[in-house]
Design a protein around this ligand. Structure first.
Ligand code: SF4
Length: 82
């Protein structure tokens, strides 16, 4: 199990504090709203991501659990051709 960041665009005030704290995962669009890396948070950035979540003045930044798919015992799916 891993985690990724997500932002509530309605609650966000677009001042960009989060992008200053963890620029490796969050950058700003042309209006100043955060764009979140959609991958799982790397272990070495987890503390900074947590700091950004706690520091968000609008509580607009949060975690979302990422469920990684179970590897298939039969290997990768293939398409049957008749
Ligand atoms: S710190 Fe919170 S309110 Fe500010 S830009 Fe980031 S998500 Fe939005």
């Amino acid at each position: 199990m891993s985690w990724r960041l997500q932002v509530d665009p309605v609650a966000c005030d677009a001042f960009g504090h989060c992008a200053e704290l963890v620029p490796e995962l969050i950058w700003l669009d042309e209006w100043g709203y955060p764009v979140i890396d959609d991958g799982p948070i790397p272990a070495d950035l987890y503390e900074l991501a947590e700091l950004a979540v706690r520091a968000c003045p609008r509580r607009a930044l949060s975690y979302q659990r990422v469920d990684e798919p179970e590897p298939s015992p039969a290997g990768p799916r293939t398409r049957r051709i008749r």
